[in-house]
Design a protein around this ligand. Structure first.
Ligand SMILES: Cc1cc2nc3c(=O)[nH]c(=O)nc-3n(C[C@H](O)[C@H](O)[C@H](O)COP(=O)(O)OP(=O)(O)OC[C@H]3O[C@@H](n4cnc5c(N)ncnc54)[C@H](O)[C@@H]3O)c2cc1C
Length: 339
């Protein structure tokens, strides 16, 4: 049995992991240079930072078992400092105590997908963007965006965010009503956009919290966290703030000059924390996540009926919750069904 998985994020890694002992040849196609998808890590100037998902929550027993034990706890980080809140007026308050884990790795959150794949024999083809799909007999033939043949597979699992999966279904030659039915259901899943800006300072920022979250959703800033709370990420005596802007702000400013956007974000952070030093970071970085978090989940049962034809979907948008743990669990489910 030849199985193709499109996308090497948490969901794709979950599918491959669940198939690790199956009698199947698994090939994963990933358009980026590395695995992890939106659970992403970058390195710059001696710092390592998670610029997409900040941490994995243990929201399911399976995920707790995997992250907290099976995949290895060497280099596992559980952020201990709390998450506080702020509102539209910029009032910061102590958040509710939570005993949930906030897991990442010293080497960054991409470790999660790397460790999952390391348990498998799957072949991961990086920098390979699937651009076309064709139903051939009982199989699925894939081609990259330049039309190069990527092979024919008995089963196909699509895990890109819903709008990208919808585009792939658009580029699928399959003369069956289910193709349109599934595409319409996938197209209906909206995503929120998040613009992430990284602000680095060569001094320590002494605060009692790891992160601040905007609870009334009325502030331009949605989330602010201190990457130095994750061991192995920021050298001692430095500070690296991760600012994730609110969806509306992010959408409006998405195509603006990045330098201007970063300056504006530094001003928002300076005002919130009331510390003038924060207006002039010594270096910055940024990432626009056009498809950051799904607004809802996949409706209907077209995707279940597609499984009868060897076509599957997995990802945070299938379950309707933008969480690494949920995407992973969804991938595990699909992998188990395939097995
Ligand atoms: C800024 C931000 C902050 C977040 N914070 C948190 C958090 O703190 N905690 C949390 O649990 N979750 C958080 N999330 C959500 C979390 O990152 C996602 O829910 C989860 O990573 C989704 O995993 P996935 O596998 O479904 O999708 P993805 O990670 O998006 O994986 C899909 C993969 O498919 C690839 N792909 C797309 N199209 C193609 C193609 N045509 N060919 C080949 N490959 C393709 C993509 O490159 C990607 O690697 C955050 C997300 C963002 C953007």
């Amino acid at each position: 049995m030849d199985i193709a998985i499109v996308g090497a994020g948490a969901a794709g890694a979950g599918v491959a992991y669940a198939l690790r002992e199956a009698d199947a040849t698994v090939t994963v196609f990933e358009k980026s240079r590395g695995v992890g998808g939106r659970a992403a890590t970058r390195r710059k100037h001696g710092c390592r930072y998670d610029h997409g998902a900040n941490y994995v929550k243990a929201n399911e027993d399976r995920v707790t078992d995997l992250v907290g034990s099976t995949l290895g706890t060497d280099g596992l980080v559980d952020v201990e400092e709390p998450v506080w809140t702020f509102d539209a007026s910029g009032t910061i308050e102590e958040g509710r105590e939570s005993d949930e884990h906030k897991w990442t790795y010293e080497a960054g959150i991409t470790q999660l997908a790397k460790r999952l794949f390391a348990h498998t024999d799957a072949t991961v083809e990086l920098e390979t963007r699937v651009g076309a799909i064709e139903r051939e007999g009982e199989g699925w033939t894939l081609a990259d965006v330049d039309g190069a043949d990527l092979g024919t597979f008995d089963r196909l699992v699509l895990t890109p965010p819903a709008p990208q999966t919808a585009a792939l279904l658009d580029a699928t030659a399959w003369d069956h009503d289910l193709r349109n039915e599934l595409r319409e259901a996938v197209e209906a899943v909206d995503y929120r956009t998040v613009y992430s800006v990284l602000l680095h300072y060569d001094f320590e920022l002494d605060r009692p919290w790891y992160a601040l979250v905007n609870t009334d959703k009325e502030h331009d800033l949605g989330w602010l966290s201190r990457e130095e709370c994750k061991p192995g990420h920021v050298p001692a005596g430095e500070s690296l703030l991760v600012a994730q802007m609110a969806p509306e702000w992010s959408r409006e400013r998405y195509d603006d000059d990045p330098e201007v956007v970063k300056e504006d974000v530094a001003d928002v952070v300076t005002a919130l924390l009331g510390d003038e030093r924060l207006a002039t970071p010594d270096w910055t970085d940024r990432q626009g996540w056009r498809y950051a978090l799904p607004e809802g989940g996949l409706e209907g049962d077209a995707h279940r009926r597609c499984a009868g034809h060897g076509l599957y979907v997995a990802g945070d948008w299938v379950v309707g919750e933008g969480r690494v743990g949920r995407a992973l669990a969804c991938g595990l489910d699909v992998g188990e069904r395939l097995r």
